[in-house]
Design a protein around this ligand. Structure first.
Ligand SMILES: *[C@@H]1O[C@H](CO)[C@@H](O)[C@H](O)[C@H]1NC(C)=O
Ligand SMILES: *[C@@H]1O[C@H](CO)[C@@H](O)[C@H](O)[C@H]1NC(C)=O
Ligand SMILES: *[C@@H]1O[C@H](CO)[C@@H](O)[C@H](O)[C@H]1NC(C)=O
Length: 574
């Protein structure tokens, strides 16, 4: 309504040009889609009316025009999401959409309509009881590095500067325009789906914590949250114009077998600079780019730009902005390590932040227990590294064919990979390393004499390219090594009925890092203390005794070879 009287012939032409661009964009975006987009923008100007329903905002360098098509073939409520509006513009909305929570576990919160102004994340709600919201401290923190001191624990408790609630009236007073005067709301949508990582570099710059905690937990959470079986996405209310989550080409819910969650548009490392999320071997960046090639990464400096853009600009004589703005995130997953540690599963059981995300989604039926949920990621990185994983039988469904009763198949071939750490600081007694290699070689030779295709790889990861590492790990049935970052590669393994990780600890030592992760991905894990092993649910208590980090870790090779053989031959009680 607002622009009708101002539309000149030149403007009208620009509308047409803009609409054509949108059409071409949609046509290009839909190329190769499995679902056919039903949104079309009709060409003739006469069909462009200025109604509110379906807005297409076309920004040209000289002009901004809000136009609406009369197309009505898509509805948010339709069971098959289809391509909908292109850009969300809240500039002229009388009601700024309220925040809702799609899914929440300690440290993991998926929001619809999250706002940020002056560095504070705002939850916009008219519900003054806040009954539908978790405690803020279970969602976020100040993002400081963690140390185990009472002062530091207190300093990580979030304040109202980190996250706060805001009522619709206050939001309108703060960010709303007077639209009787044609003013726009100062609320700017950050299109697409956003990952907000609130952690400092302390744990980000480490392959295990980045890939096997942060990305693994992120994927478990978004995979589960969007999975139709959980109903989480459909039960969280949303105004019809806010359909970004469904506005994604590869989001396909036609059947459970081909389900994928929608792609995420950007990751923002709120408290990390550009080096802070990179590890020294370079696996974090390799993994992130291989698996999410289109993901845009923003770091702290970019977040500061966004913060600065929301506050009145005091520089110059004539500031044009006298009130603040807000950014609007239609879909955002906020992760916070300190908040995850305030949860029971992470804080007292596993010390894994990802465990909060995974357990929540298992409980909601969005994530299976055999690692199928991680398949998209695994396969993406295999493709990137040109790995040719051993052909595996597909997952078997239990008799009623249900998603949650998937069962793993037997491996096509048997590959044992021992990651040697003999040139690293934490390592085996050299003789014991040699004894282990001999015992494994004897095992594999014996199996070959029996006519079986068993393969043994003894690898030093630091001497291999990343692609080579992925290729070896992707076909490994057993991954074996001393406790350490190299075992993070277990995330690349294809789970089968006998897949397992064998982790050698200094006797008396134990940590959940690879143990929990192996099981979350559908594989068994064995902790070895020299000639003895433990497995879930009888794993030892977490402990880091003297010698844990040392260069004299003992292991009795024949016992490990026997364990490996028994696991591969189904001789162990499950
Ligand atoms: C923005 O936040 C800072 C604290 O982080 C505060 O000192 C400042 O007053 C705020 N500015 C506005 C415009 O609200
Ligand atoms: C997908 O899985 C859920 C839960 O296992 C089931 O209820 C639903 O019927 C399945 N849908 C299809 C299309 O198979
Ligand atoms: C490891 O186990 C072997 C075989 O039982 C034993 O001979 C050896 O003394 C053990 N080593 C240590 C350090 O306990």
């Amino acid at each position: 309504m607002f622009f009708r009287q101002n539309l000149t012939r030149r403007d009208a032409l620009l509308v047409m040009v803009g609409a054509s661009c949108v059409y071409l964009f949609l046509a290009a975006a839909s190329y190769g889609l499995q679902t056919t987009p039903t949104l079309t923008v009709e060409g003739p100007l006469t069909q462009i009316s200025l109604e509110r329903e379906r807005k297409i905002v076309t920004m040209l360098s000289t002009l901004t025009v809000t136009a609406t098509t009369t197309e009505t073939t898509t509805h948010l409520a339709s069971p098959t999401p289809t391509l909908q509006s292109t850009l969300i513009d809240l500039g002229l909305e009388p009601d700024i959409p309220e925040t809702s929570i799609v899914a929440h576990a300690p440290g993991w919160t998926l929001f619809r309509n999250l706002y940020m102004s002056n560095g504070t994340l705002f939850l916009l709600t008219s519900d003054s009881s806040l009954a539908d919201f978790p405690e803020i401290r279970m969602m976020t923190s100040t993002g400081l590095e963690a140390q185990n001191t009472p002062e530091n624990i207190a300093a990580r408790e979030p304040t109202k500067e980190n996250m706060d609630f805001i009522s619709p009236a206050d939001a309108r007073a703060r960010w709303g325009g007077d639209y009787t005067k044609g003013e726009r709301n100062r609320v700017w949508t950050v299109e697409g789906n956003t990952l907000l990582f609130n952690d400092p570099p302390q744990f980000l710059n480490h392959y295990y914590h980045f890939v096997a905690e942060l990305l693994l937990g992120t994927w478990a959470f978004i995979y589960g949250a969007f999975h139709p079986a959980t109903g989480l996405m459909s039960s969280s209310s949303s105004p019809p114009s806010i359909s970004a989550a469904f506005n994604q080409p590869s989001f396909n819910v036609q059947d459970n077998a081909t389900y994928q969650p929608p792609p995420f548009t950007r990751a923002i490392f709120i408290h990390s600079d550009t080096h802070g999320w990179r590890d020294s071997p370079g696996f974090n960046a390799y993994f992130l780019r291989a698996v999410f090639p289109a993901l845009t990464v923003e770091v702290q400096r970019d977040w500061e730009d966004r913060v600065m853009a929301t506050v009145p600009d005091k520089s110059g004589d004539r500031s044009t902005l006298t009130a603040d703005r807000a950014w609007h995130f239609p879909i955002a997953l906020l992760t916070d390590r300190s908040a995850a540690h305030r949860g029971v599963v992470c804080g007292s059981q596993t010390q894994r932040t990802a465990a909060e995300a995974w357990h929540y989604m298992v409980d909601n039926g969005g994530v299976d227990r055999v690692g199928a949920w991680w398949g998209n990621i695994r396969e993406a990185i295999w493709r990137f590294a040109s790995a040719t994983p051993i052909a595996q039988a597909p997952l078997k469904h239990a008799s009623d064919g249900k998603f949650m009763d998937l069962q793993l198949a037997d491996p096509g071939e048997t590959v044992i990979t021992y990651i040697s750490r003999q040139s690293s600081r934490r390592r085996l007694i050299q003789e014991d390393h040699e004894g282990l290699v001999t015992a494994l070689e004897e095992l594999v030779n014996r199996k070959r004499q029996e006519g079986k295709h068993w393969e043994l790889n003894i690898v030093q990861a630091e001497r291999m390219t990343k692609d080579e590492q992925v290729r070896v790990m992707s076909k490994s049935t057993i991954l074996l090594g001393v406790h350490g970052n190299g075992l993070t590669h277990l995330v690349l393994m294809q789970p089968t009925r006998v897949s397992a990780v064998v982790e050698i600890f200094f006797p008396g030592g134990f940590a959940h890092d690879y143990e929990w992760t192996s099981r979350a991905l559908g594989m068994r894990h064995f902790s070895v203390w020299n000639d003895t092993y433990f497995t879930h649910p009888n794993e030892p208590r977490v402990d880091y005794p003297e010698g844990f980090q040392g260069i004299s870790i003992p292991v009795y090779g024949p016992a490990v070879a026997k364990l490996v053989e028994d696991q591969l031959e189904h001789k162990l009680p499950s």
